[in-house]
Design a protein around this ligand. Structure first.
Ligand SMILES: *Cc1c(COP(=O)(O)O)cnc(C)c1O
Length: 397
C-alpha cells in the first residue's frame, strides 16, 4: 500500500456535510470580506491560544509581514532569525527592507538558541524571530531574557506549531507577536492559503488590524501604508469546521510519533537524539553523532509539548539521506527534505553579510534531514510499512 507524505482527503471528506453547510451559509450570507465568520474563527483561536488579540490574515507569510510592518521594521534594521527554516521567515524581513541576520540551530530540536542569537545582537537589531520548527517550541525563556531588557520585540514564527506548548503555555502568545499558517501541510490545514497574527498588546493589535486593510481608518483615510492581508470568510467558515477536531488530530500525530520511535529505536545503529528530554542547553550539543549511528530519531526536549508537524530523522553519512529517500520512494513511501538549503546559502541572499558564514549545524541538517509521513490518519499498517522499509535500509548498513 502506498504511504503518502500527507493525505488531506481522509480528514476533509470525513467532514464533507459540515463543510458543505458552511459553504452554503457563506454563499447565502452575501458577505465575502471579513464579518462574523472571520470574527468567530478569530475568537475561537484566541481562546485556544490564550491571547488577547487574534487577527486572521491571507497566509502565514503575510502574518510575518504584517507583524514586521506593525513594528515599523524597515531599511537599516536587522532581524535575527534562523537559517534553518522555511523561506518566508527570512523573505519577509527582506521584503520590508530590513536585513535578516542568520543564526545556527540546535542539532537536537533544530531551533535557534539564545546563545547563538546573543552573538548576533547589534545596535541595529530591531526584532528577534525564532521559529518553532516541525511542531516544537524554541527555548523561549532564554530568548525572552535576552530580548526584554534590551526592548527588542520577539516575533514567534509558529507556522508549524499551532497549539504546541512551552512550559505549559501555547506558543505564539509568549513574544510580542506570534504568527501561524493554515497552509494545507500545516497541522490545522486549510482550504487554500490563510494565516493568523496574535498578540497581547492592544496598540500593536489595532495597528496590525489596520495594516491588514490598507492602514485605513475610517475607510479611505489612510494613517499607514498597509496592504490587503485579509483572510476570506469562506476560508474562515471552512476552517472553523475543523477546529473542534484539532486536539484529536494532534493526539493522533503524537501517537504516531510514539509508535515510530518505539519501533525504530530498537534497530541496529538507530539512536534517539541526544537532547531528548533535556533542555535545549547552552549551544554545546555536538552536531556530530555517536560513531556507528545510522539514524537519529527526533525526541522532544524538556518543557515542550511537540505537535509533530513533521517527524524528522537525521541520516548521517555522505549520501545516506538521499539513499534512504530513494529506498522509501521505491517502496511508495512519501518523504520530504525540510530543508535542503539553509537561508544564508540561498542565491537571493548572496549579498547579505551572512552569505559567507559557515553555520555548521544548519549546513549539516540540510544534508541529513528527512521527514517521513506522520499525518493523523496514517494507519498502523502504513506505519509498519515505513518502519520495515527503514529497517531494511539500516540493517543493510
Ligand atoms: C509554512 C510556513 C510559513 C508560511 O506560511 P504560508 O501560509 O505558506 O505563507 C512561514 N514560516 C514557516 C516556518 C512555515 O513553515
Amino acid at each position: 500500500m502506498p504511504v503518502p507524505l500527507l493525505d488531506l482527503n481522509i480528514q476533509n471528506l470525513a467532514l464533507e456535510s459540515e463543510l458543505k453547510a458552511a459553504f452554503e451559509r457563506v454563499l447565502r450570507s452575501g458577505q465575502f470580506i471579513l464579518g462574523p465568520e472571520v470574527e468567530a474563527l478569530e475568537g475561537a483561536l484566541a481562546t485556544m491560544l490564550g491571547v488577547r488579540h487574534s487577527i486572521g490574515v491571507s497566509s502565514g507569510t503575510d502574518a510575518i509581514l504584517l507583524a514586521l510592518m506593525a513594528l515599523d521594521i524597515g531599511a537599516g534594521d536587522e532581524v535575527i532569525c534562523p537559517t534553518f527554516t522555511f523561506f518566508a521567515t527570512a523573505g519577509c524581513v527582506s521584503r520590508v527592507g530590513a536585513t535578516p541576520i542568520f543564526v545556527d540551530s540546535c542539532p537536537s530540536c533544530f531551533n535557534v538558541q539564545a546563545a547563538g542569537i546573543a552573538r548576533k545582537l547589534s545596535p541595529r537589531t530591531k526584532a528577534i524571530m525564532p521559529v518553532h520548527l516541525f511542531g516544537q517550541a524554541a527555548e523561549m525563556d532564554e530568548i525572552l531574557e535576552l530580548a526584554r531588557p534590551r526592548g527588542i520585540p520577539v516575533i514567534e514564527d509558529a507556522a508549524q506549531s499551532l497549539g504546541a506548548e512551552y512550559k505549559g503555555k501555547p506558543v505564539g502568545g509568549l513574544g510580542t507577536f506570534g504568527t501561524f499558517s493554515f497552509f494545507p501541510s500545516k497541522n490545522l490545514s486549510g482550504f487554500g492559503d490563510g494565516g493568523l497574527v496574535v498578540t497581547n498588546d492592544d496598540a500593536l493589535a489595532a495597528k496590525a488590524r489596520s495594516l491588514r486593510a490598507h492602514g485605513a481608518k475610517p475607510k479611505y483615510y489612510h494613517k499607514y501604508v498597509g496592504g490587503n492581508f485579509r483572510i476570506d470568510p469562506l476560508f474562515a467558515a471552512l476552517l472553523a469546521v475543523k477546529l473542534p477536531h484539532y486536539q484529536t488530530y494532534t493526539q493522533k500525530r503524537r501517537d504516531n510519533a510514539a509508535y515510530y520511535t518505539a519501533a525504530l529505536a530498537n534497530l541496529p545503529g538507530v539512536v534517539l537524539t541526544p537532547g531528548a528530554g533535556k533542555p535545549c542547553g547552552d549551544g554545546s550539543l555536538p552536531v556530530e553523532v555517536a560513531p556507528g549511528s545510522r539514524l537519529v530519531l527526533p525526541g522532544p526536549h524538556q518543557d515542550v509539548t511537540h505537535i509533530w508537524n513533521q517527524y524528522t530523522l537525521r541520516v548521517p553519512g555522505q549520501g545516506r539521506r538521499d539513499a534512504l529517500k530513494e529506498t522509501l520512494k521505491a517502496k511508495k513511501v512519501g518523504t520530504e527534505v525540510y530543508y535542503p538549503v539553509p537561508m544564508h546559502q540561498q542565491e537571493c541572499f548572496a549579498g547579505l553579510p551572512s552569505a559567507h558564514e559557515t553555520l555548521p549545524v544548519a549546513q549539516r541538517l540540510a544534508t541529513e534531514s528527512l521527514s517521513i509521513p506522520i499525518y493523523p490518519e496514517l494507519t498502523r499498517t502504513q506505519q509498519d510499512e515505513v518502519i520495515a522499509a527503514i529497517a531494511a535500509f539500516v540493517s543493510a548498513g
